[in-house]
Write a protein that binds this ligand. Sequence first.
Ligand code: ADP
Length: 191
Amino acid sequence: MRLILLGPPGVGKGTQAQRLQDHYAIVHLSTGELLRDEIADGTDLGLHAKSFIDQGLLVPDQILLDMMNGRLQHTDCEAGFLLDGFPRTIPQAEGLTGILATLDQALNAVVCLTADREELIHRLLLRGKTSGRTDDNLAVIRQRLDVYRQQTEPLIDYYRANGLLVEVSGLGTIPEITERIINALDIQCLE
Ligand code: ADP
Protein backbone atom coordinates (compact mmCIF):
# COMPACT_ATOMS: atom_id res chain seq x y z
CA MET A 1 0.00 0.00 0.00
CA ARG A 2 1.38 3.40 -1.01
CA LEU A 3 -0.48 6.29 0.57
CA ILE A 4 -0.36 10.02 1.08
CA LEU A 5 -2.04 11.53 4.12
CA LEU A 6 -3.14 15.07 3.34
CA GLY A 7 -4.81 17.65 5.54
CA PRO A 8 -4.27 20.85 7.51
CA PRO A 9 -2.00 21.21 10.55
CA GLY A 10 -3.69 19.74 13.62
CA VAL A 11 -6.13 17.49 11.76
CA GLY A 12 -4.54 14.36 13.21
CA LYS A 13 -2.32 13.10 10.40
CA GLY A 14 0.47 12.00 12.73
CA THR A 15 -1.90 10.17 15.09
CA GLN A 16 -3.70 8.34 12.29
CA ALA A 17 -0.43 7.62 10.47
CA GLN A 18 0.88 5.68 13.48
CA ARG A 19 -2.23 3.49 13.46
CA LEU A 20 -2.31 3.01 9.70
CA GLN A 21 1.36 2.02 9.62
CA ASP A 22 0.56 -0.86 11.99
CA HIS A 23 -2.59 -1.87 10.14
CA TYR A 24 -0.98 -2.00 6.69
CA ALA A 25 2.58 -2.88 7.86
CA ILE A 26 4.09 0.01 5.93
CA VAL A 27 6.62 2.71 6.80
CA HIS A 28 5.35 6.05 8.11
CA LEU A 29 7.41 8.95 6.78
CA SER A 30 6.65 12.30 8.41
CA THR A 31 8.57 15.17 6.81
CA GLY A 32 7.89 17.31 9.91
CA GLU A 33 9.58 14.64 12.06
CA LEU A 34 12.43 14.16 9.60
CA LEU A 35 13.06 17.92 9.61
CA ARG A 36 12.86 18.13 13.41
CA ASP A 37 15.42 15.29 13.62
CA GLU A 38 17.74 17.29 11.35
CA ILE A 39 17.28 20.34 13.62
CA ALA A 40 17.97 18.27 16.76
CA ASP A 41 21.12 16.87 15.11
CA GLY A 42 22.24 20.39 14.22
CA THR A 43 22.82 19.58 10.54
CA ASP A 44 23.13 22.30 7.87
CA LEU A 45 19.80 21.20 6.43
CA GLY A 46 18.22 21.41 9.89
CA LEU A 47 19.57 24.90 10.53
CA HIS A 48 18.31 26.12 7.18
CA ALA A 49 14.88 24.49 7.66
CA LYS A 50 14.40 25.87 11.18
CA SER A 51 14.24 29.47 9.99
CA PHE A 52 11.25 28.61 7.77
CA ILE A 53 9.50 26.31 10.25
CA ASP A 54 9.62 28.84 13.10
CA GLN A 55 7.86 31.40 10.91
CA GLY A 56 5.16 28.95 9.85
CA LEU A 57 6.47 28.94 6.29
CA LEU A 58 7.20 25.96 4.08
CA VAL A 59 10.76 24.76 3.65
CA PRO A 60 11.82 25.20 -0.03
CA ASP A 61 10.56 22.48 -2.38
CA GLN A 62 13.99 21.36 -3.60
CA ILE A 63 15.16 20.56 -0.06
CA LEU A 64 12.09 18.39 0.52
CA LEU A 65 12.40 16.70 -2.86
CA ASP A 66 16.07 15.84 -2.32
CA MET A 67 15.31 14.53 1.17
CA MET A 68 12.36 12.39 0.04
CA ASN A 69 14.08 11.15 -3.10
CA GLY A 70 16.82 9.68 -0.91
CA ARG A 71 14.41 8.33 1.68
CA LEU A 72 12.03 6.62 -0.76
CA GLN A 73 14.90 4.60 -2.20
CA HIS A 74 15.52 2.79 1.10
CA THR A 75 14.60 -0.89 1.01
CA ASP A 76 12.12 -0.40 3.89
CA CYS A 77 9.85 1.47 1.45
CA GLU A 78 9.57 -1.46 -0.95
CA ALA A 79 6.64 -3.00 0.93
CA GLY A 80 4.74 0.29 0.92
CA PHE A 81 4.74 3.66 2.67
CA LEU A 82 2.56 6.34 4.15
CA LEU A 83 3.64 9.92 3.46
CA ASP A 84 2.63 12.43 6.14
CA GLY A 85 3.36 16.09 5.40
CA PHE A 86 4.61 15.51 1.86
CA PRO A 87 3.83 16.60 -0.79
CA ARG A 88 2.69 20.03 0.41
CA THR A 89 2.87 21.96 -2.87
CA ILE A 90 2.10 21.23 -6.53
CA PRO A 91 5.83 21.20 -7.48
CA GLN A 92 6.43 18.66 -4.69
CA ALA A 93 3.56 16.51 -5.98
CA GLU A 94 4.98 16.64 -9.51
CA GLY A 95 8.42 15.82 -8.15
CA LEU A 96 7.00 12.86 -6.25
CA THR A 97 5.33 11.54 -9.40
CA GLY A 98 8.75 11.63 -11.08
CA ILE A 99 10.50 9.89 -8.16
CA LEU A 100 7.90 7.10 -8.09
CA ALA A 101 8.10 6.66 -11.87
CA THR A 102 11.86 6.03 -11.66
CA LEU A 103 11.17 3.48 -8.89
CA ASP A 104 8.42 1.92 -11.01
CA GLN A 105 5.90 2.50 -8.23
CA ALA A 106 2.45 4.10 -8.13
CA LEU A 107 0.26 5.53 -5.39
CA ASN A 108 -2.84 3.62 -4.28
CA ALA A 109 -4.65 6.56 -2.69
CA VAL A 110 -4.43 10.03 -1.18
CA VAL A 111 -6.38 10.30 2.07
CA CYS A 112 -7.47 13.84 2.91
CA LEU A 113 -8.53 14.45 6.51
CA THR A 114 -10.81 17.42 7.12
CA ALA A 115 -11.76 19.65 10.05
CA ASP A 116 -12.81 23.30 10.43
CA ARG A 117 -10.37 26.11 11.28
CA GLU A 118 -11.68 26.71 14.82
CA GLU A 119 -11.22 23.06 15.75
CA LEU A 120 -7.72 23.02 14.27
CA ILE A 121 -6.62 26.14 16.20
CA HIS A 122 -8.06 24.69 19.41
CA ARG A 123 -6.21 21.38 18.95
CA LEU A 124 -2.91 23.02 18.02
CA LEU A 125 -2.98 25.38 21.02
CA LEU A 126 -3.67 22.39 23.26
CA ARG A 127 -0.82 20.45 21.66
CA GLY A 128 1.47 23.47 22.10
CA LYS A 129 1.18 23.14 25.89
CA THR A 130 2.94 19.77 25.85
CA SER A 131 4.64 19.35 22.46
CA GLY A 132 7.50 21.73 23.08
CA ARG A 133 7.18 22.63 19.39
CA THR A 134 8.30 26.19 18.70
CA ASP A 135 5.67 26.47 15.92
CA ASP A 136 2.64 25.61 18.09
CA ASN A 137 1.71 29.16 19.16
CA LEU A 138 -1.22 31.26 17.95
CA ALA A 139 0.59 33.60 15.53
CA VAL A 140 2.51 30.76 13.85
CA ILE A 141 -0.54 28.45 13.86
CA ARG A 142 -2.56 31.09 11.93
CA GLN A 143 0.28 31.46 9.46
CA ARG A 144 0.53 27.66 8.97
CA LEU A 145 -3.22 27.44 8.32
CA ASP A 146 -3.00 30.24 5.73
CA VAL A 147 -0.02 28.58 4.05
CA TYR A 148 -1.97 25.31 3.99
CA ARG A 149 -4.91 27.01 2.26
CA GLN A 150 -2.77 28.76 -0.31
CA GLN A 151 -0.11 26.17 -1.10
CA THR A 152 -1.35 22.74 -0.04
CA GLU A 153 -5.13 22.81 -0.62
CA PRO A 154 -4.65 22.88 -4.42
CA LEU A 155 -3.35 19.31 -4.07
CA ILE A 156 -6.88 18.17 -3.25
CA ASP A 157 -8.08 18.98 -6.77
CA TYR A 158 -4.81 17.70 -8.24
CA TYR A 159 -5.29 14.24 -6.74
CA ARG A 160 -9.05 14.26 -7.28
CA ALA A 161 -8.35 14.69 -10.99
CA ASN A 162 -6.09 11.62 -10.83
CA GLY A 163 -8.88 9.59 -9.23
CA LEU A 164 -6.79 9.00 -6.11
CA LEU A 165 -8.54 11.22 -3.59
CA VAL A 166 -10.36 9.80 -0.56
CA GLU A 167 -11.90 12.42 1.76
CA VAL A 168 -12.50 11.50 5.40
CA SER A 169 -13.78 13.62 8.30
CA GLY A 170 -11.16 14.15 11.00
CA LEU A 171 -13.81 14.74 13.69
CA GLY A 172 -14.65 12.01 16.18
CA THR A 173 -12.64 9.63 18.33
CA ILE A 174 -9.22 8.42 17.18
CA PRO A 175 -10.36 4.79 16.58
CA GLU A 176 -13.50 5.97 14.76
CA ILE A 177 -11.43 8.00 12.33
CA THR A 178 -9.01 5.12 11.72
CA GLU A 179 -11.95 2.84 10.94
CA ARG A 180 -13.40 5.43 8.55
CA ILE A 181 -10.07 5.68 6.71
CA ILE A 182 -9.64 1.92 6.43
CA ASN A 183 -13.22 1.47 5.16
CA ALA A 184 -12.78 4.25 2.62
CA LEU A 185 -9.50 2.72 1.43
CA ASP A 186 -11.12 -0.73 1.09
CA ILE A 187 -13.61 0.80 -1.33
CA GLN A 188 -11.05 2.99 -3.17
CA CYS A 189 -8.65 0.10 -3.68
CA LEU A 190 -11.35 -2.25 -5.01
CA GLU A 191 -12.25 0.16 -7.81
P1 ADP B 1 1.91 20.27 10.83
O1 ADP B 1 1.38 20.00 12.20
O2 ADP B 1 1.89 21.74 10.48
O3 ADP B 1 1.30 19.41 9.78
P2 ADP B 1 4.55 19.05 10.42
O4 ADP B 1 5.14 18.44 11.63
O5 ADP B 1 4.06 18.16 9.34
O6 ADP B 1 3.43 20.03 10.96
O7 ADP B 1 5.59 20.09 9.77
C1 ADP B 1 6.14 21.15 10.52
C2 ADP B 1 6.79 22.18 9.60
O8 ADP B 1 7.83 21.55 8.81
C3 ADP B 1 5.87 22.82 8.55
O9 ADP B 1 5.13 23.92 9.08
C4 ADP B 1 6.89 23.25 7.48
O10 ADP B 1 7.57 24.43 7.84
C5 ADP B 1 7.91 22.11 7.49
N1 ADP B 1 7.56 21.08 6.49
C6 ADP B 1 7.15 19.82 6.73
N2 ADP B 1 6.89 19.16 5.59
C7 ADP B 1 7.15 20.04 4.58
C8 ADP B 1 7.05 20.00 3.15
N3 ADP B 1 6.64 18.89 2.50
N4 ADP B 1 7.39 21.10 2.45
C9 ADP B 1 7.81 22.21 3.05
N5 ADP B 1 7.91 22.34 4.38
C10 ADP B 1 7.59 21.27 5.16
